[in-house]
Ligand binder design. Structure first.
Ligand SMILES: Cc1ncc(COP(=O)(O)O)c(C=O)c1O
Length: 347
């Protein structure tokens, strides 16, 4: 078995498995190392005209937020950036849709909207089906950042109708790190390119994405086995059925035992496997975004627990995630760590 002779074959087997899993045609699906790379390819390939605008939000993931900034300051300063202000509390999907509608009306030059499916790290599920339709009504491309979606939320990309969709297979699909999908709707394959130019410039898009210079292809090949493993476990119904139940039980325990409250969003917008809890004020870590990392180190540094902390509207929040290998013992261990810390550092 010669790697060089078989590399493309294994890449295509993996692409096919992933494409079938997310309801896409294999010709429209490419494997890339991560969501950030996928979005760089899309945003930097698009032939923006002078005066066009790109839309992102205050909830956009950091690296993607910076991508929009880099595009509109260094790479294409003639392109405008429109940043939609999304805030908490959020009453529901209608509020989000209304804000997008108002933004499109105010900025008819928006040609591309980068929209999170599940925001990170606040774990809010956005109404992407409605937002895709809204983008199209206003003549903008819908680029969905579904970094946390595949494996956590059912997907049918053909039905969704977004122009682009990316999702990390290394988050909820049991793939090794460095494996993500990039879906490109058929009408855009003529202008999309990987960010680095390599051997197959001018060739087919799938060859361009396949051969980007020497790199590790194993995380891509593993996508096929990872999805087979996912299905063998019982698929989404079994996996997310279990994790949703555990995440909910955990929420009740954190609320009852620790008195923590959940982020103020309707249950329908909560991600199945991830939840956000508001921490009380801490004496030695007054609220300011710069203290987030210090608090995270102090809280989890010498423990076997980890959760992402985020500053949200005047308070630190703790985001926990559950996988099939977790159970209530893990949740109790996390609760014990947080409880001890709260006792010691209460403001
Ligand atoms: C919404 C969102 N976008 C993009 C990313 C970036 O993913 P990666 O670091 O794999 O590029 C993440 C990672 O958590 C995310 O949650």
């Amino acid at each position: 078995m010669h790697y060089r002779l078989n590399a493309k074959l294994y890449m295509d087997l993996a692409r096919k498995e992933v494409a079938d899993f997310v309801g896409a045609d294999v010709d429209n699906l490419f494997l890339v190392p991560n969501a950030t790379t996928a979005l760089n390819c899309v945003v930097k390939s698009y032939p923006f005209a002078k005066g066009d605008a790109i839309l992102d939000t205050t909830w956009t993931y950091g690296s993607v937020y910076l991508l929009c900034e880099d595009l509109t300051t260094r790479i294409r300063p003639d392109v405008e950036r429109v940043k939609l202000e999304l805030t908490f509390p959020c009453s529901g999907p209608e509020e989000i849709i209304k804000k997008y509608e108002e933004t499109f009306q105010k900025h008819p030059n928006i040609k591309m909207a980068v929209i999170d499916h599940i925001t990170s790290p606040s774990s809010v599920v956005l109404p992407i089906k409605e937002l895709v339709e809204l983008c199209h009504r206003h003549g903008a491309l819908a680029v969905i950042d579904g970094a946390h979606s595949v494996g956590q939320i059912p997907l049918n990309l053909t039905e969704l109708g977004a122009d682009f969709f990316t999702s990390n297979l290394h988050k909820w699909c049991y793939c090794p790190r460095g494996s993500a999908l990039l879906y490109c709707a058929p009408q855009h394959t003529s202008w999309l390119h990987p960010t680095n130019t390599s051997w197959h410039l001018g060739g087919s898009l799938d060859m361009e994405f396949f051969d980007l210079g020497t790199r590790d292809h194993v995380p891509f090949y593993c996508a096929r086995n990872a999805i087979q493993f996912y299905k063998a476990l019982g698929g989404m119904e079994k996996i997310v059925g279990y994790t949703t139940g555990l995440a909910e039980q955990a929420k009740q325990l954190f609320e009852k035992d620790l008195g923590l409250t959940h982020l103020d969003i309707p249950a329908s917008m909560e991600a199945p496997n991830m939840k956000m809890l508001k921490l009380p004020p801490f004496r030695d870590f007054p609220y300011c975004p710069e203290n987030t990392w210090k608090l995270m180190e102090a809280l989890f540094g010498n423990t076997k627990i980890f959760g992402i902390l985020t500053p949200v509207e005047g308070a630190f929040y703790f985001r926990y995630s559950v996988q099939i290998y977790n159970d209530m013992d893990d949740i109790r261990a996390a609760a014990d760590v947080i409880k001890a810390f709260m006792r010691k550092h209460a403001a």
